[in-house]
Write a protein that binds this ligand. Sequence first.
Ligand SMILES: CC(C)(COP(=O)(O)OP(=O)(O)OC[C@H]1O[C@@H](n2cnc3c(N)ncnc32)[C@H](O)[C@@H]1OP(=O)(O)O)[C@@H](O)C(=O)NCCC(=O)NCCS
Length: 188
Amino acid sequence: MKYYKKLIGKKCYLSPISLQDAEKYCEWLNDLEVTKYTLLFRQQLSLQSERNILEQLQETGNYIFSIVDLQNDELIGNCSLFDVNHRNRKAMFGILIGNKKYWNRGFGTEATKLILDFGFNILNLHNIMLEVFDFNKRAIKAYQKAGFKIIGKRREAMILAGKKYDEILMDAIASEFDSIFIKENLEF
Ligand SMILES: CC(C)(COP(=O)(O)OP(=O)(O)OC[C@H]1O[C@@H](n2cnc3c(N)ncnc32)[C@H](O)[C@@H]1OP(=O)(O)O)[C@@H](O)C(=O)NCCC(=O)NCCS
């Protein structure tokens, strides 16, 4: 697969998503170890439906990027800004590193910083928000390191295997964000 270095960090870069990766995404999205942290584990996902979803995502004003290892060009996951509202300059954020050997190595933190930089400094967004289950400690830590703050929670909003969990809400705003990419590359 050919990827394009749209936003480059020290460990990874973000490339426009490729429909040819649908099979890889389908594999990840059928792996409960990966999807138990997301809302996707209840979905019945076939290769064809994943292709359709990717096509729709590209057409509906979302910004969805492949996360690629800078060293070896291996696909490790994807991240996106969706529900983009340009009038109020806000959007939602989501990320999935499906390639489990890359967990806990700083890639999620860096990819999150890169897409925040893109959202704040290229799309001129002001507020970017996410939802995460309270048991996903790794994600919460990565988001905090990238610049998100906890702003509240929706109580007992996730029921899984007989237990109830809270949904944590986090947001980041442009005025508090320290750019890692744009300042070096796009300031004149
Ligand atoms: C969540 C995700 C994006 C994080 O990316 P990552 O590259 O694994 O995370 P990072 O290495 O950048 O940061 C994780 C941090 O959490 C810490 N951590 C890991 N497990 C933890 C735990 N159980 N409790 C507290 N901290 C934990 C790590 O030590 C690291 O912090 P450090 O760098 O200060 O040591 C990625 O793991 C992923 O996609 N997981 C599966 C799907 C998912 O959870 N998606 C998000 C849904 S909201």
